[in-house]
Write a protein of this length. Structure first.
Length: 266
């Protein structure tokens, strides 16, 4: 615990006295520390691809100048690195936008069933390339919740993409969407969206930290998959903004389920 102490003269019944005030500023200290950590992380994440880009530019100017094959290969790597920076900046912008709006409850009617079906259509090529089967039991009928359509789409897409990315060839990703039911955790009617994969699963020690910015279970592998480490932080913020709940169920070797409850009424 950190205290800020202030001393003020305070005469009491004509006699000299002082007033000592102790203010608990632990939460401010922690917020400051988190902000410093975040800036350090962002700087590091941006510097890594930048250093690679600068290195390859130098090589292209020098040794690789006359070698067309090498030049092509280096340009390909540079494109990947620039793409990584672009995704990172995009995710940082999404995160700051959701954070800024976190107190404003979105209320547009959003058809979750249509949104799930269209997200699956959009991600079908990615799943096919990865050798992963994508399935859903989303109803054909409209299933509305109050929300922000772009943000809810981001939740669905992020969770499906993670399932596809981390599960590997031969795995299955299932998107379950259930009709409104009384949800004790919401103290009201809610819709359940669950994205389940048959991938490697996650060790329980990591689960509480997965939605922290830049937290990765296996940072080398996650980076290779092109992840920014911000996806689940964004998902968590969007769900909070919708006054929903996120539950992560996973066990090594048993696959993973991300379960989202969204309230039916504003
Ligand atoms: P990233 O951009 O690295 O994918 P996320 O915030 O989306 O970042 O996810 C954080 C970490 O959680 C990932 O790096 C990965 O280690 C783990 N993870 C997320 N989804 C899954 C999943 N479906 N199966 C296994 N691990 C997962």
């Amino acid at each position: 615990t950190t205290y800020e102490v202030s001393v003020r003269p305070l005469p009491l019944e004509g006699k000299p006295g002082v007033l000592l005030t102790f203010t608990d500023i632990t939460h401010l200290e922690q917020a400051g520390q988190m902000r410093r950590d975040f800036v350090a992380n962002v700087s590091h994440e941006l510097r890594t691809p930048l250093t690679a880009l600068l290195g390859f530019i130098e090589t292209l100017r020098g040794p690789a100048r006359e070698d067309a094959a090498a030049r092509d290969r280096f340009l390909g790597i540079m494109e990947d690195e620039a793409g990584r920076m672009e995704r990172l900046v995009g995710d940082l912008l999404s995160l700051s936008r959701v954070e800024a709006e976190e107190r404003v409850r979105p209320t547009e009617p959003v058809d979750l069933a249509g949104l799930v079906r269209s997200a699956i259509r959009g991600l079908a090529p990615l799943a096919e390339d990865a050798g992963v089967t994508l399935e859903t039991d989303a109803p054909e009928a409209v299933l509305e919740v109050p929300g922000d359509a772009d943000q809810l789409r981001q939740v669905v897409v992020n969770l499906i993409e993670n399932g596809v990315k981390y599960s590997g060839r031969g795995a299955e990703v299932r998107v379950h969407l259930a009709e409104p039911a009384y949800q004790p955790r919401l103290r009201g009617q809610g819709v359940e969206l669950a994205v389940t994969d048959t991938g490697p699963g996650i060790n329980p020690i990591h689960i509480p930290r997965l939605t922290e910015r830049f937290y990765r279970v296996d940072s080398h592998r996650a980076r290779e998959m092109g992840g920014t480490g911000l996806g689940l932080a964004i998902v968590k913020h969007i769900i909070n903004r919708h006054r929903g709940r996120l539950k992560i169920e996973s066990a090594p070797g048993k696959g993973t389920t991300f379960r989202v409850l969204l309230p039916r009424e504003v």
